[in-house]
Design a protein around this ligand. Structure first.
Ligand SMILES: [Ca+2]
Ligand SMILES: [Ca+2]
Ligand SMILES: [Ca+2]
Length: 412
């Protein structure tokens, strides 16, 4: 009884279902340009077998009217080589009913994807009678609701990107601000360091200074070479009047003798580096002129002629000395002098070490931060037919007439 009812139900299921082949879609609704790999597969589903042999499976499309257009097919002549008229991706197989199928797919849903599709299966039944089965129509429909959601997603993504761009721009602005601040700090440090170095550095140019007994100014920035002029003074007369002020700070030794020759020394510092900061300041003072060169900016040059001892020419220079020229039986020492600001108006020069300037036009130049004292050197030059002289007014204060006196300003 029970098995009889079951058989009736089974027959009812088979009899009530003509369609055993279906065209199945992977996506009931597609979103154009968004849904990927939408596919339609024509295949046997379940139930009673119609075909003992399948010869062809075709997928057809109906855009409008009653005309069905061939989209793809697979035949038993090439059971594993399905073809597509429209260049779609196609897979398929023709064999027994349960493993035969035909499938078309698109990389992304496009306008061409949309439409009405059906599948047509052709073959023979067990009595070798030709059978054709059409599947129900399958629609590929655009999903407008999902399109709106996707649009929202895209808009949200756009907003997030815009936010990120703004953040990055802010970060960039912060970085630029930080760099600008760092540059400002650096500029301030350079400015302070430059100001510090400027105040410690000797003025630009090449020149000489008379050396004090503490040596050449040692600031760690400028470089100096040293030398001396050992002048042979009056040695043939019974008296020699060589002298220097007391106290003084001249580099030693000042006086020397050799047999009956009497000498008086001038020790010099000769600057080796041109410098990069300031020119000599306006004022009223002299310095020594460099050898075979010109005076620094703002100075004029002149010389003092010393008539050294004629009887035994023993004057000599050693090391690096300023411009000292032999002229006949005399020596000319060259100077650079200026008088373009009153000597009482203090000038700025490095104050780390003592130094000498030559007095010019009667008063020692004032220097900021330094105490100044006047000192002199007195050379007893040749007594006989003396040729001491100045070329013009451009020379340190003193005298040049049978003996030479040079007025100096010592700063400490
Ligand atoms: Ca002489
Ligand atoms: Ca003499
Ligand atoms: Ca003399």
């Amino acid at each position: 009884m029970m098995s009889k009812i079951a058989l009736v139900l089974l027959l009812a299921v088979i009899g009530g279902s003509d369609a055993r082949w279906y065209l199945v879609t992977s996506h009931p609704h597609v979103v154009l340009d968004v849904t990927t790999d939408p596919a339609l597969t024509c295949k046997y589903t379940s139930g009673y077998y119609d075909f003992s042999q399948i010869s062809r499976i075709r997928i057809l499309k109906n855009d409008a009217g009653s005309h069905w257009e061939l989209v793809a097919e697979v035949r038993d002549t090439s059971p594993d080589a399905p073809t597509s008229n429209t260049g779609l991706k196609v897979r398929g197989h023709v064999g027994s009913e349960w493993n035969s199928f035909l499938e078309i797919s698109w990389p992304t849903a496009e306008m061409n994807t949309l439409g009405r599709y059906k599948c047509e299966v052709m073959g023979f039944d067990s009595d070798s009678i030709a059978v054709i089965r059409d599947t129900p129509i399958q629609l590929m429909v655009e999903d407008t609701v999902n399109a709106t959601q996707v649009l929202h997603l895209l808009l949200r993504e756009q907003a997030e990107l815009q936010h990120e761009i703004t953040e990055q721009r802010d970060n960039c602005t912060n970085t630029v601000n930080q760099l600008e601040s760092a540059i400002d700090d650096l500029e301030n440090r350079v400015y302070r360091m430059e100001a510090s170095q400027r105040s410690r550095t000797w003025p630009n140019g090449l020149y000489g200074l008379l050396s004090p007994n503490t040596g050449c100014p040692n600031n760690g920035i400028d470089s100096w070479r040293t030398g001396q002029l050992k002048m042979h003074t009056e040695s043939s007369n019974s008296t020699n009047l060589n002298s220097v002020s007391t106290p003084n700070n001249f580099a030693q030794p000042i006086f020397e003798s050799s047999n009956s020759d009497l000498f008086m020394n001038q020790h010099f510092c000769v600057k080796e580096n041109v410098g990069i900061f300031s020119d000599w300041p306006r004022g009223t003072y002299c310095i020594n002129k460099r050898d075979s060169g010109s005076c620094p900016n703002g100075f004029s040059s002149g010389y003092i002629r010393f008539d050294d001892e004629d009887s035994d020419r023993a004057t000599q220079t050693s090391g690096n000395v300023p411009e000292i020229v032999i002229s006949g039986s005399d020596y000319q020492i060259y100077y650079c002098c200026r008088s373009d600001s009153a000597p009482g108006v203090a000038i700025s020069l490095p104050t780390e070490n003592p130094f000498y300037l030559y007095r010019y036009k009667g008063t020692c130049q004032r220097v900021l931060g330094m105490t100044v004292s006047q000192q002199y050197m007195y050379f007893d030059t040749e007594d006989s037919s003396n040729q001491d002289k100045y070329e013009n007014l451009i020379h340190p204060d003193g005298m040049a007439d049978h003996n030479v006196r040079i007025e100096l300003c010592y700063y400490r």
